[in-house]
Design a binder for this molecule. Sequence first.
Ligand code: HEM
Ligand SMILES: CC(C)=CCC/C(C)=C/CC/C(C)=C/COP(=O)(O)OP(=O)(O)O
Length: 302
Amino acid sequence: MPARKTVEFVHASVTWKDYLELCKPRVVAVMLLTALVGMGLAEDSVPPLGLILLTMIGIALAAGSAAAVNHVMDRHIDEHMARTRGRPLPSGKLNSQQALVFAAAIGIAGISLLAFWVNPLTAWLTLLSLIGYAVVYTVFLKRATPQNIVIGGVAGASPPLLGWTAVTGALEPNGLLLMLIIFAWTPPHFWALCIARKEDYIRAGVPMLPVTHGEGFTRLQIMLYTLLMIATTALPFLTGMSGLIYLTGISVLNLRFLHWAWRVMRAGDNRQIPMQMFRYSITYIMLLFALLLLDHYLKFTL
Ligand code: HEM
Ligand SMILES: CC(C)=CCC/C(C)=C/CC/C(C)=C/COP(=O)(O)OP(=O)(O)O
């Protein structure tokens, strides 16, 4: 009887906020910004508002579904990490069945919406990203190799390409280029946090790069990927997709990113500096995509 009472108590306290938290809403919000920019840059004219809304809702539902599956698969990892133990599953606010039913419902809704009202190519690519993150990264790579986020990063990097294909119905080099920028940005973004939260990953037994190869090696990798990322951010200008507004803005953002990578290289045991770099990486990616959009529309009005 007491066990039953506990279950009833847990059910009674479930709110929509617990379900929202399953979707990693802040990460998905930034992904939606990158998808919106992909849509904007795909054509000279502004895409129809209906198409923008349907695409954003479809991607949001699919990405939220992938994030909810990640919460279920990782619940035993998350309960060992200070950063994640308050999440809905490890804290007992939701159980796996509730989370999986929710993930299936919004996942099917999102992919169907894209398939019927946007286009089949975007629906297929979104489904691939969903499986890439929820299954390939979460179930296999995360537990198996310190290169997990380099390979798994392909799924997280896809939203600008999904936005692009939603408008054009085709895979084109400039859409892939936007995806490439996020792909190169992901390792410095994540490994900076990984250094700051290394003890969490040791406790949870997850083979992240600072755990398997040490912090010094990870810092060097952060610097190398930062340089690669800076090179990829030159491509929109070099291909003529973006102009001088973008080039000026991105140069300032890149100098700051490089400065953070340099500071992390020399940070020793300091945990604040990698954490600050992680936070900057988020500001950076938002400003980068905002700049691309600003440059695109100002080019046509100036
Ligand atoms: C596979 C690739 C990626 C990995 C492994 C990764 C990893 C992480 C992790 C572990 C966090 C901390 C989350 C938390 O504390 O709850 C985080 C936060 C964040 N990530 Fe990523 N990330 C990836 C890709 C992306 C992408 C593509 C974007 C957006 C374009 C993004 C945007 C963000 C944002 C906005 C946050 C802050 C969330 C918050 O404040 O709660 N990430 N990322
Ligand atoms: C359809 C589509 C666009 C799918 C992309 C889905 C998505 C939400 C990707 C997020 C990437 C991310 C935050 C990875 C961290 O996972 P983690 O498990 O290593 O981090 P954690 O410890 O914070 O859970």
